[in-house]
Design a protein around this ligand. Structure first.
Ligand code: C2O
Ligand code: CU
Length: 456
C-alpha cells in the first residue's frame, strides 16, 4: 500500500468505526497476523537441460514497503528479497544479470566456491556498468544455504534491497515438507547517510523476507526446515524458540545438532528444524556489537503456526557425521589483526585500510592456520571469499565438533583460529561482513596460487 492509500484507509476506518460497536475495553483487539512471505523462486529457463539452471536477474530501482513505510529501494526482478535460486548439487548455475541501476554493480555468490572471474569482487575486475549485461556461470558442488548480493558500493547496494537466497539441496538428504528461507534484514541502519532508504524516525525494524513479525502457517504435523540468512548490514540477533534445533550453518549440516540461543551475524547462515505440535515463536535476543548479549527482553521475530494442533512430528532423520574438530596446532601461518574505532569509522586489518593494502599470498592447496585477533572495541564477522574454513578454536577452546564456516564472528578481544585449505586460485577478498566496516577499510586480499598479473 502506498502512503496515499494508507491515509485513505485510515480515513475510511475512522468513519466506519464511528457507528460500529467497539469491543469491551478489557478485551485486547487481536492484531491481524501478517503472513510469512516466501520469496518467489527464480525460473529455470532450461527445462530440457537438467545439468544447468539459467536465471535472469535485472537489478533496478524499485519502490516497496517495509512495516507500512514506503521505501525507494533497489531490487532484483522487482522483489525484495530477490528470487530464491534453488539448485541440486552438481548443477551449473548461469545467471544473466542486466544492470538497470543508475550505478555500476556486480553479484557476489556468498559462500560458494566460484572461479575468481565469477566472484563479483571488483579487485582486478570491472563492475557491470549501467545498461550492461554480464553472464555469471559456474558449477555448484556444495550443499546448503548461500546468498547473493552486490560487491560494489556494497553497504549501500545491499541495504537498498539487493540480495537473495541460493539453496543447494542434496537429493540424498531427508526433505522437509516445509523448507523455506528466512532472510533477516534491519531497516534503520544507515539513517545517518544521505542516501538512506527512507525509514527516518522509525525505530529499528527487523524483517523476515521483507515483513515484520510474520506468521508462517504450516500443515498439521509437517516437518519444517528454516534456512536463515542475515542480510542486514550491521544487526546481530540471537535466535531461540521452543521446538527449535540448529542443524546447520554456512556450509550445510553441522557435524552434530545444537540446542539453545544461536547468534546470527551479518553474512552468516543458520539452519533450524522444528518439531512442533502447537504454535511456536522464534525470538530475537538483542545483541550489542560492543559487548555481546544484552539483558533486554527478546522480541518475537516469527511465529510458526500449524493449521491444527496435535502431537509434534518426528524429527527428520538427518545424518550428522559427529566428526571432532581438527587439532589446533602450535603454529600460525597467517595473522589478521582487526583494529578500528567506532567513533571515527577508521577500520583496519593489520594496520592497513582497503584499498591501500598488502595482499598475502599462499601457494595453491596450502593447508594453513589463520589466527584472527580482534583488538577493536567492536565485534566483527570475518569473511573470506572463494573458500570455507574450519573453526579450530576460540580463545584456545576447541569446539565440541567440527564446524565449517565462511563467515565467523570474532568477539571483542577474542582470538579465533581457523584452518584453511587454499584450493581455489584467485585474489580473494577477506573482510568484515558489517558492510559499513568493510567499505570503511576493514578488507584485504588473500592471493591463492599464481594468477599472474599481480594484485597491486
Ligand atoms: Cu557477503 Cu565479500 O561478501
Ligand atoms: Cu567489522
Amino acid at each position: 500500500m502506498s502512503r496515499p492509500s494508507i491515509l485513505l484507509a485510515a480515513l475510511i476506518g475512522c468513519t466506519a468505526q464511528a457507528d460500529q460497536v467497539q469491543p469491551p475495553p478489557d478485551r485486547p483487539v487481536p492484531a491481524e497476523p501478517v503472513a510469512f512471505v516466501v520469496p518467489a523462486e527464480a525460473v529455470d529457463h532450461t527445462p530440457d537441460d537438467l545439468d544447468r539452471v539459467t536465471v535472469r536477474l535485472t537489478a533496478a530501482p524499485h519502490s516497496f514497503e517495509v512495516a507500512g513505510q514506503a521505501v525507494q529501494g533497489w531490487a532484483y526482478n522487482a522483489q525484495v528479497p530477490g528470487p530464491t535460486i534453488r539448485l541440486v548439487r552438481g548443477q551449473t548455475l548461469r545467471v544473466e544479470l542486466d544492470n538497470a541501476l543508475p550505478d555500476p554493480t556486480t553479484i557476489h555468490w556468498h559462500g560458494l566456491h566460484v572461479p575468481f572471474a565469477m566472484d563479483g569482487a571488483t579487485w582486478m575486475h570491472d563492475p557491470v556498468q549501467p545498461g550492461e549485461r554480464f553472464v555469471y556461470e559456474f558449477p555448484v558442488d556444495q550443499v546448503g544455504t548461500f546468498w547473493y548480493h552486490p560487491h560494489f558500493d556494497t553497504a549501500r547496494q545491499v541495504d537498498l534491497g539487493l540480495y537473495g537466497a541460493i539453496v543447494v539441496v542434496d537429493p540424498q538428504e531427508p526433505q522437509a515438507e516445509v523448507d523455506v528461507v528466512a532472510i533477516l534484514d534491519s531497516w534503520d541502519e544507515v539513517a545517518d547517510r544521505d542516501d538512506h532508504h527512507g525509514l527516518d524516525g522509525v525505530a529499528p525494524v527487523l524483517t523476515i523476507n521483507g515483513v515484520r513479525d510474520p506468521e508462517l502457517a504450516v500443515p498439521a504435523g509437517a516437518t519444517v526446515r528454516l534456512r536463515w540468512i542475515n542480510a542486514a548490514n550491521i544487526a546481530y540477533v540471537g535466535l531461540s524458540g521452543a521446538g527449535l534445533r540448529t542443524i546447520g550453518g554456512d556450509q550445510g549440516l553441522f557435524s552434530a545438532p545444537r540446542e539453545g540461543v544461536e547468534l546470527l551475524t551479518p553474512g552468516e547462515r543458520l539452519e533450524h528444524d522444528l518439531a512442533i505440535g502447537d504454535a511456536s515463536e522464534i525470538l530475537a535476543h538483542p545483541w550489542s556489537l560492543y559487548g555481546g548479549a544484552l539483558p533486554h527482553d527478546p522480541e518475537r521475530l516469527l511465529s510458526v503456526v500449524p493449521e491444527v494442533s496435535g502431537p509434534p512430528p518426528d524429527r527428520l532423520p538427518f545424518t550428522f557425521d559427529g566428526r571432532p574438530p581438527s587439532q589446533d596446532p602450535p603454529f600460525t601461518d597467517l595473522v589478521y589483526v582487526l583494529h578500528g574505532d567506532p567513533t571515527t569509522g577508521d577500520w583496519r586489518i593489520n594496520g592497513e585500510r582497503f584499498p591501500d593494502i598488502t595482499p598475502h599470498r599462499l601457494p595453491l592447496d596450502a593447508d594453513v592456520v589463520i589466527e584472527v585477533r580482534n583488538l577493536s572495541a567492536s565485534e566483527h564477522p570475518f569473511h573470506l571469499h572463494g573458500h570455507a574454513f574450519e573453526l579450530l578454536s576460540r580463545n584456545r577452546v576447541q569446539p565440541p565438533h567440527r564446524e565449517v564456516h565462511d563467515t565467523f564472528n570474532v568477539a571483542v578481544h577474542e582470538i579465533v583460529r581457523l584452518r584453511l585449505i587454499a584450493d581455489n586460485p584467485g585474489h580473494w577478498m577477506v573482510h568484515c561482513h558489517i558492510l559499513p566496516h568493510a567499505d570503511d577499510g576493514m578488507m584485504t586480499i588473500l592471493e591463492v596460487g599464481d594468477m599472474g598479473g599481480g594484485g597491486h
